[in-house]
Unconditional design. Structure first.
Length: 585
């Protein structure tokens, strides 16, 4: 752990996250803020989680559900320890992220979006929303300290230097000003933040702090995408925010393992306790103990590799970005119509170039060759092109909303359990059906060795942590141990607990994404357990085929007798019948 006394924050109104994702990712990679606050994201819950941050940031969203537009998003670096996230549940759009500091204090980062009165709102509904905003802000200020509140408040009537307003006593501007003054909030934005060509510039985006201080001043930069709100960056002096340098999962890098030393270790290690164990569970525990010891010694660890979403951002893109920035600065110095048109042209050219360069990036040209050996690259590439991202952003059960990851996992687990059917014992007069009974499941050492040789090293490990890499590369040294485990398990009719465990991934089937019953579970189980299952299946199918337990018309789950073959067989039979009928006539 280390302590950081300065937090770098960036904020902007993106006017639609979907159209600014590329620029936003480039900005995050280039400036690496600790916290990024975005408003008017216009993101919908059914789109899942946006692909921003290049796996370096945690992301929380408060999306508008009853109408389009709006929305607030906060990103924090994964190394920052987030204590709690609170989303407003009324008509307001407020998102609060709480970060714990080294001395135990909580730093509160709050994103706010206050929409203007438009045709999308009824007057009474808009007034109710404004009341909810003030109530939410009042609650945060009363219950918290060390607060920074940023957002688009759509309140241009206030002069923050003189603390006066041109609005009436009941106006939104007067109520916001009273809230800020009564709660001793400091407002830091000292210039206009929204520019729209011929329209008069206005100060809509504001930064409030309490018990926190901005170092030097706020830096203003050109808008992202086609937004007309400036990008703001500033540094906050804080109370030793905890930075966890080991936040990344230190995964084993099996491809970098010293397999020669692993083989020697498995030969030299004492397997006596494993061989003496009679119960399959004790035998498995000994195997896992030796396996884990070897992996810790000879397999290096490394942080999860982040995808570099900026490899396509070349010199041409940088030149276009600088051209846009220079045009913006020239317009800021002298706000003429010609310079505004020059900025709009540079901005549109920049957007066109980054889209073209990303589309023409050589990664796509190499994709076909790479996908032959690494099929995951293909699906990763396709998923990156999709508007809808797979993932569970929130769930709804009996009217209650769940957005916390732990709570959603429990809801999914209960949902999967509720639809699971426990099969009763099947008795269809087996003695009358077959004469030969499969009483044992013989398994040979050679069969286990061959299956280990055929393992796909690109497959993920199960919950027990046993890797296909290790089993395949050290098959000569471990095949007899795996054979012993499988034989003992089959003879005793029991399996280790690890073989019953699985990492579950919910896959969306269709319908309402907030309904947990619209997901099906996909399980990732133990590799060794799968080897045991495969031997049982092979013996079982051999028995069914050899002793003709299955009738000739049985298709599906049989080698050479797929469902497609069933259709072809049926079609062929129909054709034969028709031809026979024609010949009789």
């Amino acid at each position: 752990m280390v302590h950081q006394t300065v937090s770098k924050v960036c904020y902007t109104n993106v006017n639609g996250l979907m159209s600014t994702k590329m620029e936003l990712n480039e900005l995050l990679n280039r400036t690496t803020p600790d916290v990024a606050v975005l408003c008017e994201t216009k993101w919908k819950n059914e789109w899942g989680t946006p692909d921003i941050g290049d796996d370096k940031y945690d992301l929380w969203m408060k999306n508008r559900s009853d109408k389009g537009g709006g929305g607030v998003t906060i990103l924090t670096k994964k190394c920052v320890k987030v204590e709690k996230v609170i989303k407003s549940e009324d008509k307001s759009e407020i998102l609060q992220v709480m970060i714990r500091s080294g001395n135990g204090r909580i730093m509160n980062y709050v994103g706010v979006y206050v929409p203007p009165m438009t045709n999308a709102w009824q007057k009474e509904e808009h007034e109710e929303m404004l009341v909810d905003v003030l109530k939410g802000l009042e609650k945060i200020v009363m219950e918290s300290s060390d607060i920074v509140i940023v957002g688009d408040f759509n309140c241009k009537e206030i002069n923050w230097e003189t603390l006066t307003t041109t609005g009436s006593e009941s106006s939104w501007s007067n109520r916001l000003l009273n809230w800020a003054v009564e709660n001793l909030m400091t407002q830091w934005v000292d210039c206009d933040t929204r520019f729209s060509g011929r329209d008069k510039p206005s100060r809509l985006d504001l930064v409030f702090t309490k018990d926190m201080e901005i170092i030097e001043t706020i830096h203003y930069d050109s808008p992202l995408g086609k937004s007309d709100h400036v990008l703001m960056e500033f540094n906050l002096k804080n109370e030793n925010v905890i930075i966890d340098e080991n936040y990344k999962v230190r995964r084993f890098k099996y491809s970098k393992a010293d397999f020669e030393k692993l083989r020697k270790y498995f030969v030299a290690v004492d397997w006596k306790d494993f061989e003496d164990a009679e119960d399959v569970r004790k035998k498995w525990d000994e195997f896992i103990r030796i396996y884990n010891s070897a992996v810790e010694k000879f397999v290096p660890r490394g942080g999860a590799r982040c995808r570099k979403g900026k490899e396509w951002f070349n010199t041409k893109c940088k030149e276009a970005r600088n051209c846009k920035s220079n045009a913006w600065n020239r317009w800021k110095k002298r706000k003429t119509e010609s310079r505004w048109e020059e900025y709009i042209g540079a901005r549109n050219k920049y957007i066109e170039i980054i889209r073209m360069e990303r589309r023409n990036f050589h990664y796509e040209r190499d994709m076909i060759d790479k996908c032959i050996n690494e099929p995951k690259l293909f699906f990763r590439h396709i998923n990156g092109k999709m508007k809808k991202k797979e993932g569970v952003s929130r769930l709804k059960v009996e009217g209650k909303i769940y957005e916390d990851a732990q709570d959603m996992a429990e809801v999914m687990n209960n949902s999967f359990r509720s639809v699971f059917t426990v099969e009763g014992e099947f008795d269809a007069g087996r003695d009358k059906l077959v004469r030969n009974i499969l009483s044992t499941v013989p398994v040979s050492y050679e069969e286990i060795l061959k299956m280990m040789e055929e393992l796909d090293v690109n497959k993920a490990t199960g919950p027990d942590g046993v890797s296909n890499w290790i089993l395949k590369e050290c098959r000569e040294q471990l095949a007899d141990k795996i054979h012993s485990l499988v034989v003992t398990s089959l003879s005793q009719g029991r399996v280790p607990k690890d073989w019953k465990r699985a990492n579950i991934t919910p896959i969306f089937k269709g319908g309402n994404k907030e309904n947990p019953l619209n997901y099906r579970p996909v399980s990732l189980t133990s590799v060794v357990g799968k080897l045991c299952e495969r031997t049982i299946k092979e013996r079982w199918m051999e028995h069914l085929e050899r002793d003709k337990v299955l009738v000739n018309c049985q298709f599906g789950f049989r080698r050479g007798r797929s469902c497609s073959m069933n259709l072809l067989s049926f079609y062929s039979r129909v054709v034969d019948i028709v031809q026979e009928k024609d010949m009789d006539e």
